[in-house]
Write a new protein. Structure first.
Length: 147
């Protein structure tokens, strides 16, 4: 249970840090979650779309539209028409959003990498498997609770 409690404490701290970032930049915490979702989708080599975003954030299409309007107005994302399907919009994070995210979260990312450097490859593999397993368990729980 100690590990579960430590993981919960980490989740609380990361949530507080994310909230601080959002408030500092006049954002909603959902805006931050949307930025992360779009960045992760891009890193996976997939198209970020409003439908995908709504699904990932568990919000309806009207809320997605309001979210994207707000984020576009703030200069954090851009929407373009999909050249293969003009009915669909593609989403991308702007360089400004990357810059403010890197400025705020960069030191934590660097510290995290430094901590990971203290583990050998097998230990890092175990950490990755643990985190993937917990992430999967949370996703299953969310689906089971109707979210």
């Amino acid at each position: 249970m100690q590990t579960v409690h430590r993981l919960r404490a980490l989740a609380v701290e990361l949530n507080l840090l994310g909230t601080e970032f959002a408030h500092m930049h006049g954002l909603h915490t959902t805006d931050l979650r949307a930025l992360i979702c779009i960045l992760d989708t891009e890193r996976a080599g997939l198209d970020a779309t409003p439908g995908l975003l709504g699904s990932q954030l568990a919000i309806n299409s009207a809320s997605v539209t309001a979210l994207l309007d707000r984020m576009e107005k703030a200069g954090l994302i851009r929407r373009t028409r999909d050249p293969d399907d003009r009915r669909r919009s593609l989403l991308a994070v702007t360089p400004r959003a990357v810059e403010i995210g890197q400025t705020f979260f960069g030191p934590l990312i660097a510290s995290t990498i430094e901590v990971l450097d203290g583990f050998d490859a097998a230990e890092r593999d175990s950490i990755s498997r643990f985190l993937d397993g917990v992430n999967h368990a949370v996703a299953v729980e969310r689906r089971g609770s109707g979210q």
